[in-house]
Design a protein around this ligand. Structure first.
Ligand code: SF4
Length: 323
């Protein structure tokens, strides 16, 4: 099986008709200007040098609203990648966009330009959450766009957020289920963060929005992750890409940010499994074999699960087994 690699290109927010309540794209991507062709070329070439030849590579355009740009502007970016696809160096393009910028004309053009996957920012599939998040589109709009994307033969991605205003665990789960029902092949789960200079920051500062605690964000994300995995939907990411400004806190006002958010989620999954196993284990010694690729999560972030077991047993052994 080929390993998959992604070359990320961040498109700054230029085409968004709305400012979603939580978004300050400039802060999140750390980039405020159009990227010129040469920069994209350089990025692609730099990444290609680091990837094994036999792997499968995609170029992914993130940020902004890709299909909200004029067709000419979209092609400005896509035309840079096309020669790499034609030479077999890159398999396809993946891009993310808003569901209200999907039309047959747009999809036709993307199809001609080597795009294989279209990810739509659904964020929530609850009308009230969408409305209070300033998304500017409805659930029906996501449904229509998702079905068009699939009809045109693209792989469909639907991204979701947890902890938006008026979100609940039940609504998070209903959103995840709907993403599955809409036929998404992939998804991303992002906890809502309060980034400076956003409408959400003002709501937070005036006490009208309370972000999720890290524990709750982990709990809701894990519930969604479990549901996606059991339905065979690929979860491409759990947690935001930790930009400089999020890491050093200069752009982050509040919210469940953690540099290894996904690791926390998987640690929690293993904590629950191991606790159950511990309850069924008598004696002073605890030993468990886990799939070797899961060993870090089983031991837990910062050794959290091992420490939890060490409080209950004299000796603890968690070891990895290859399949
Ligand atoms: S659509 Fe995306 S880039 Fe545009 S404002 Fe909303 S979150 Fe930001």
């Amino acid at each position: 099986m080929k390993t998959h690699y992604t070359i990320p290109i961040f498109i700054p927010e230029r085409a968004c008709p709305f400012r979603c309540i939580y978004c300050n794209q400039y802060h999140i991507t750390n980039c405020s200007q159009t990227i010129d062709k040469e920069d994209i070329e350089n990025t692609i070439q730099a990444y290609l040098k680091t990837f094994p030849e036999q792997s499968e590579k995609k170029v992914a355009f993130f940020g902004g609203t890709f299909t909200g740009m004029s067709i000419d502007e979209q092609n400005h970016y896509l035309d840079v990648v096309l020669p790499y696809i034609e030479r077999g160096l890159v398999k396809e393009v993946q891009l993310s966009t808003r569901p209200d910028y999907i039309t047959p004309e747009i999809l036709e053009n993307l199809r001609r330009h080597g795009v294989g996957t279209v990810e739509l920012g659904a964020q929530s599939l609850d009308e009230e959450v969408l409305r209070h998040s300033g998304r500017g589109h409805t659930v029906a709009c996501v449904e229509r766009a998702a079905s068009l994307v699939r009809d045109y033969g693209f792989q469909l991605g639907l991204q979701m957020m947890v902890g938006l205003p008026f979100d609940t665990k039940q609504r998070t789960m209903a959103t995840a289920q709907k993403i599955i029902d809409l036929g998404a092949e992939c998804t991303r789960i992002y906890p809502t963060l309060v980034v400076r200079d956003t409408p959400l920051a003002r709501l937070y500062e005036s006490g009208r929005y309370e972000p999720l605690s890290i524990e709750t964000a982990v709990d809701w994300s894990l519930a969604a992750l479990d549901l996606f995995e059991s339905a065979g939907v690929t979860v491409l990411r759990v947690g935001l890409h930790p930009s400089e400004g999020l890491r050093d806190g200069s752009q982050l006002l509040a919210g469940p940010f953690h540099i290894s958010f996904k690791e926390l989620v998987l640690t929690e999954r293993w904590r629950r499994r191991l606790e159950k196993l511990a309850d069924e284990t008598s004696g002073e010694h605890f030993e468990v074999a886990v799939p070797s690729e899961e060993i870090n999560y089983a031991v837990g972030y910062g050794g959290a699960n091992r420490k939890m077991l060490q409080q209950r047993f004299k000796t603890v052994r968690i070891y990895g087994l290859r399949n």
